[in-house]
Design a protein around this ligand. Structure first.
Ligand SMILES: NC(=O)c1ccc[n+]([C@@H]2O[C@H](COP(=O)([O-])OP(=O)(O)OC[C@H]3O[C@@H](n4cnc5c(N)ncnc54)[C@H](O)[C@@H]3O)[C@@H](O)[C@H]2O)c1
Length: 332
């Protein structure tokens, strides 16, 4: 992979891994981020690379740079972060998409949108194939994220039809790994941090709701493969790990891998929290020859090792506290 590649949200969890892989493949990488949830620590190790450049910029404002490819990841991804300033969340998805699509149009770049399984909402179809239109509450507390991402997809496809833009849309399912934000309220980081600190592990609802968990290196591989597909293949395409686990199973795995004595405590289920989420990845398997490789146990071991090393040392400048009385929690 050569050429100039822009990664918006590049200082975030997934973005920093993507920047790393792009650099390793020979690309020049311009990382753009406003550090809302990303941190400089996530990319410090890349700063010495002459092919890496960092720019502090908010994608809700236009950007003028010369690039060949754009990975548009900028957007807070966990409920605790995207509900902190919901208006800004929608703006980031929608104005951010308009600005990045405008840039792609001007410089004739290929552009990939990091969409989400949240576009399926609380699904009646299980597992979710790309053809499923979803069941999303347009006026709930998760809507700023879900509807923002849905609107971004609409914009991508309208730019494709109206301006013949070279677009790719991937729908990312729960992803985890090193550099997740320790305070993001997502289930994997929550459980690991609680177990490492010897605190009770908070399970929302009865813990029998399921999620699938994709390790970050598998996701990045899928993203890169999608970016390299023929122009006429736009997606949307699901990228996720179809292995399905209940929250109780996940909690037990984390407790045993950490070697913790933490106990489970149960709290109320957050509003509009999906009961089940599992990707149908038949399209990714056939179009990208992609399938996730990292088992949940192996991925959790890497993630636990990261949190063991960094807990208390990350200087997230804009960490947000969980709003009082608002049972946020299980992840996007
Ligand atoms: N992690 C997951 O499980 C998951 C699942 C589905 C979709 N996604 C999508 O993948 C992308 C990356 O998610 P992540 O998990 O790495 O989250 P993250 O919060 O770690 O990364 C998002 C990055 O975007 C930056 N950002 C936010 N608003 C911005 C703005 N207005 N201008 C510039 N930068 C801005 C943040 O500072 C951060 O570095 C997001 O678009 C998210 O919606 C992630």
């Amino acid at each position: 992979m050569n050429g100039n590649t822009l990664v918006t949200g590049g200082a975030g969890f997934i973005g920093s891994h993507l920047c790393e892989r792009l650099l390793a493949s020979g690309a020049n990488v311009l990382c753009v981020d406003n550090y809302f949830t990303g941190t400089k620590e996530n990319i410090t190790h890349l700063l010495g690379n002459p092919r890496f450049e960092m720019m502090r910029h908010d994608v809700t404002f236009p950007l003028y740079v010369e690039v060949d490819r754009i990975f548009n990841l900028a957007c807070p991804a966990s409920p605790v972060h995207y509900q902190f300033d919901p208006v800004q969340t929608t703006k980031t998805s929608v104005h951010g998409a308009i600005n990045m699509l405008g840039l792609a149009k001007r410089v004739k770049a290929r552009i990939l949108q990091a969409s989400t399984s949240e576009v399926y909402g609380d699904p009646e179809v299980h597992p979710q194939p790309e053809a499923y239109w979803g069941r999303v509450n347009p006026v709930g507390i998760r809507s700023c994220y879900d509807e923002g991402k849905r609107c971004a997809e609409t914009l991508f496809f309208d730019y494709y039809r109206q301006h013949q833009l070279d677009i790719k849309v991937i729908r990312i399912f729960n992803t985890y790994g090193p550099r997740m934000h320790p305070n993001d309220g997502r289930v994997v980081s929550n459980f690991i941090v609680q177990a490492l600190q010897g605190n009770d592990i908070t399970v929302y609802g009865d813990g029998r709701q399921t999620r699938s968990f994709c390790y970050v290196s598998d996701l990045v591989e899928g993203m890169l493969r999608m970016m390299d597909t023929d122009r006429d293949f736009t997606g949307p395409i699901n990228i996720g790990n179809p292995g399905e686990f209940t929250m109780l199973e996940l909690a037990e795995k984390v407790i045993s891998l950490v070697g913790s004595k933490s106990k489970l405590v149960f709290g109320p289920l957050p509003q509009d929290d999906p009961r089940q989420r599992k990707p149908d990845i038949a399209l990714a398997q056939s179009k990208l020859a992609w399938t996730p490789k990292v088992s949940l146990d192996d991925g959790l071991k890497e993630t636990i090792a990261y949190f063991r090393k960094t807990l208390g040392t990350r200087s997230d400048s804009r960490m947000v506290e969980r709003p009082a009385g608002n049972a946020l929690g299980i992840s996007s």
